[in-house]
Design a protein around this ligand. Structure first.
Ligand code: SF4
Length: 301
């Protein structure tokens, strides 16, 4: 039996209507602390580190106390990496805390304590990749540069290309396409990028796009094509029983301990001794935990 191929939808480069997107962002964009006019580049940088792989609702309770304690890069650099890991709490992927501390130190030593604005200079800092550098350049300094996260990629794919998006990282082609659609004026382009990102987070969500409520609904190519589906989806990652879960438990135990702990004390966090030992070794290797000469474990100082 022959299968009928799905029609290829027409591309609609005019789907990302700047006026509609900016009006949406003005009216429905979330009032997030790193978007406040007084926030400044360091707040944007901290938020971008925290938002890598962690949703806004989990970042908010950590972001405020972090900025109160370390309002400038030099304040964070003056404290220990272990303090940063402890304050990171349960945001997950705690290597980001170490990298943010290392970046604060590099900014303090090499950039007079000020977050640099150039993308290439930002990318030379620890933990700052292409996406984070562009996000800081756009949202902190108003640069005209494409900022493509999974939310933006999904809106771009659906509204402009007429295709649903599998959850893959952004490609250079995505960035080139979005750049060609940015408004010419840099500050407007930066706000446009934030608006597309917000639309993907709030309206054009992965599983339940709220099309009747969407400012792009009249021009959206995916909607016009009748919502053709993608065939391949990434498998959902399991969490229970993984080394990530065990590492998280060990880190939580170390964060909650006011003194170094003897290795046997860590036994309570996970029953599998081999997996536990493997995870302790990897945490020490990653610099997230330190093994003292007597064998006790602690956070880095
Ligand atoms: S109309 Fe629907 S699919 Fe198209 S951009 Fe809006 S929410 Fe997404």
């Amino acid at each position: 039996m022959s299968t009928v191929p799905e029609p290829v939808p027409d591309s609609r480069p005019d789907a990302l209507d700047p006026d509609a997107l900016l009006a949406f962002f003005d009216g429905r964009g979330r009032d997030l602390p790193w978007r406040a006019a007084r926030a400044g580049p360091w707040a944007v940088m901290v938020s971008e580190f925290m938002l890598q792989q962690t949703p806004v609702v989990r970042v908010l309770p950590v972001f405020g106390p972090w900025m109160e304690r370390w309002p400038r890069p030099a304040d964070l650099a003056a404290d220990s990496p272990g303090d940063a890991v402890r304050a990171w709490g349960r945001l997950g992927y705690p290597r980001r805390a170490l990298r943010l501390h290392a970046t604060a130190t590099a900014i303090t030593i090499g950039h007079g304590g000020r977050v640099p604005s150039e993308i290439s200079t930002l990318m030379a800092l620890p933990g700052v990749g292409d996406y984070t550098a562009r996000a800081i350049a756009a949202f902190a300094f108003g640069a005209r540069t494409p900022v493509v996260d999974t939310n933006v990629r999904r809106v771009l794919s659906r509204a402009v290309r007429g295709l649903d998006s599998i959850r893959e990282p952004a490609t250079p082609a995505d960035r080139r396409e979005l750049e060609s659609l940015l408004p010419p004026e840099p500050l407007v382009a930066a706000r446009f990028s934030a608006a597309v990102m917000e639309l993907g987070a709030l309206v054009c969500t992965a599983n339940n796009p709220a099309c009747p409520d969407c400012p792009l609904r009249e021009r959206c190519a995916w909607r016009a094509a009748g919502y053709p589906s993608v065939t391949a989806r990434r498998p959902v990652q399991t969490w229970a029983g993984t080394d990530r879960q065990v590492r998280g438990r060990i880190m939580s135990f170390l964060r909650d301990s006011t003194h170094p702990v003897v290795p046997a004390a860590v036994d309570v966090v996970w029953p599998d001794a081999d997996q536990r030992a493997r995870c302790v070794t990897s945490l020490v290797r990653d610099g997230l935990a330190v093994r003292l000469p007597d064998g006790a474990l602690t956070l880095p100082s």
